[in-house]
Write a protein that binds this ligand. Sequence first.
Ligand SMILES: [Zn+2]
Length: 280
Amino acid sequence: MVRLGDFELTPLLDGYFRLDGGAMFGVVPKTLWEKRIPADERNRITMAMRPLLVRSDRLMIIDAGCGDKMDAKSADIYGFDRRENLDVTMARAGIRAEDVGIVLASHLHFDHAGGFTVKDTSGAVRPRFPNARYLVNDGEWDDATHPHERNRASYFAENYVPLQEAGVLDLLPDDRVIAPGIRVRRTGGHTRFHQIVYIESGGKTAVFAADLMPTTAHVDVPWIMAYDLYPMETLEFKRAFLKEAVEREYIIFFEHDPVIAAGIIRQRDRRLYVEPIAES
Ligand SMILES: [Zn+2]
């Protein structure tokens, strides 16, 4: 847990999964990236799914991992390991799904939004957090409900359309204040409307970086995922963001880093590195 003024920030975990290492690092050669994160025999690297619990007078969760609706074929492709999962880590943090008032989405890819819904015993899909409003960027919603050949493998309607049917969905424009001290900022890049979350209190700033910098290896400006639909947007946003993050010593939450849940980005000579503050 990281205390930030009025907030307690707790990285949760919905387990681990594996993605192709080349796709995770774009133009960076394997000889470089495998020194930071080793690949398995199918060239995949292990990544965590770390939703962030934001505790103040109400409870908010940012993203919710992949959830448990995946079939056996996907389980093999992505190598899901959910022995540690959101139920277990929420219980450890002392909360129940019923307690969560706001669920905030960085974007709607399955490894972020899969846990927004659950399948009940009758096979019906319903909201996973029964008392929550779900906040989604309206442009992201349009894209997720109209997938194309390049992003279809990441968007599954069962993860978010049931929220609209249940009347618990709030679509928000870009760069909205969510609650006092909490705001979203559109980055584009990974998806057109991908957003990160700023939490500001007591003169300090924490940022949930989502897929802008999925792991600590991605703090280098050109280390950009091949999955990103608009990599030059990622590059420009990252370059400006990193300057601000180093100068103002932001606490960065890395959603997919297999080891480091949070850290501060520092610069020594011309190199950026992450000083960890929360590991798992
Ligand atoms: Zn992701």
